[in-house]
Design a protein around this ligand. Sequence first.
Ligand code: SF4
Length: 678
Amino acid sequence: MRTTCPYCGVGCQLEPEVRAGRVVRVLAPDLPPNHGALCVKGRFGLDFPFSGKRLLYPMLRERKGAPLRRVSWEEALDFAAHRLHETLKAHGPEALAVFPSAKTTNEEVYLAQKLARVLLSTHNVDHCSRLCHSSSTAALSRALGGASMTNPLEDIWKTDLFLVVGSNTTETHPVIAAMIKKRVRQGARMIVVDPRYTGMAEAATLWLRVRPGTDLFLLNAMARVVVEEGLWDRAYVEERTEGFQAWAESLAPYTLERAEEVTGVPGERIREAARLYATTERAGAYWAMGVTQHTKGTATAQALVNLALATGKVGREGAGLNPLRGQNNVQGAGDMGALPDVLPGYAKVAEEEARRRFEAFWGVPLSPKPGLRMTEVFEAIPEVKAIYLIGEDPMTSEPFQDHTKAQLEALPFLIVQDILENETTPFADVVFPAASFLEKEGTFTNTDRRVQRVRRVLDPPGEARPDWWITRELGRRLAALSGRPWPLHEGPEAIWEEIRRALPGMMGGISYRRLEKEGVRWPCPSEDHPGEAVLFRERFNTPSGRARFFPVDYTPPAETPDEAYPLTLSTGRVLFHWHGGTLSRNSRLEAAYPELKVEVNPRDAARLGIADGERIFVVSRRGRIQARAWVTDRTPEGVVYAPFHFAEAPANRLTQDALDPISRIPEYKVSAVRLEKL
Ligand code: SF4
């Protein structure tokens, strides 16, 4: 049975073969987007649903400090609904938050955000994109009026130059990396901007080893070269954009000399990169967390958008702006409205017309005030008094773990809905056991806007239920308490049909029947529409139809190395594991990469007397963890790199919770640390 990979946003199509309750083999059909290819996670990491850590039955605790006890679904749902309803009555909608999961289906996300808005009257709805691409979403939305990859993955075969910024694509989106590298072998060129010598840097025509947190300076310096040397696309800028002049003037301080000082990249190499990008018509920009997870994440993504607009790269085949999305359904979660400022289809909460449309559609009044972002919700505890948390593990994913722990301890009521026990489960007042991707139907939307089917291969174990069922049943009880409308969908297809009616221009042409054959990309307004491949060919989705330049200025990271903490810590992922590790570390992948290894440059290691493989402490102002040193010049001198998958040695115990002022994303990529011998 064909389904969609539950790990990254590539959305590979795969066929798991299940025997005696185990996934014994995974095949990949010759279908887009992966055409038979899979990475190690899709091939060998799908046995987590059989882990001994599965949550198998509902549990609750009546009061803090009491143990969780097994209860019936009836009792757990009644208890949760009453507590949410009482909180709403006593403290108002701002005291509640719902976090749908980018690992659940579109149908499940839609229903969860609808529950928040219709039954709890709150826009305090958010998902893990807050911690990964919220900066890209903010930058793209205000400049172009849309927040997704502008070009399809097939365009990789038409691209003559790749500008890859802050993306270790080889390990985080391996199938896309393989496509890009193949295209490079065919003759395309590639500029990679990254402090680390990643697999992408290895394959690059030009590798720019920036200092962590200085990409914005480098991108503005490239833009200054483009303007100074007259390499910008005059016709495109005049016909399709606004605000160019003010932006061009704002680049004055970004000279190559200053750029070399700040970024560590020789000025002439920056000039070479600018010329290459500007003069190659089919040049596509790809980026990930190296751009976004900074206190200036939005500004850095904006600098990339500005550069692409000035050189006329948006709305063209083989080019475009392409943020590589992390979770398998993070694009879909945003599309479905799991964000505090937008409703499904990115209709703005604050815009009356959009709001009125959903008020009429759902039959309830909606507040015009956007809700709190995920990071703000945690900051607002205990004023925020109840959270319905679906498929998230903030104890490993939020920065500054000790602070997160204190916040969760102070939260009066927490519902955890998940498939596996994780680091956050012990803080739950109610636990809802959820079905895994192998045990339910629905759709995921991959990184290039392709809606694809998820199919049930197995029955859920114990009393686990699909997320849509749990949310529907919780909603049924809340509706009875509040008297608000809550139609009971029979299943995922009925929910999808409501989504199609809610978003006719975006999803109207995508039916389950059509998805039987293969995925369809949005926007797709009718059944005979093929789905739009390249966005913004004719006009941008802004009121004027033109894209907008936004001048952005460089600011240093919130915390920089000093005498006590002389090194820069950057966090991220490795090929074998996935985010908080809940899935991959409960699969066969764990055997291939069982412990935290921290990359240390040989010069730093020699200075500190640290040998390759030695166990060390990594210490920041916020805590310390133990790790094994991997002495390697992949990581530059002065920088250490730690993946954040390991609950027993959580990199997020070290990270700081300084936030981007616009997207409110934490600065995961730059924290000051020191290394100590054990
Ligand atoms: Fe799954 Fe991503 Fe690997 Fe494809 S590239 S198999 S979607 S983890």
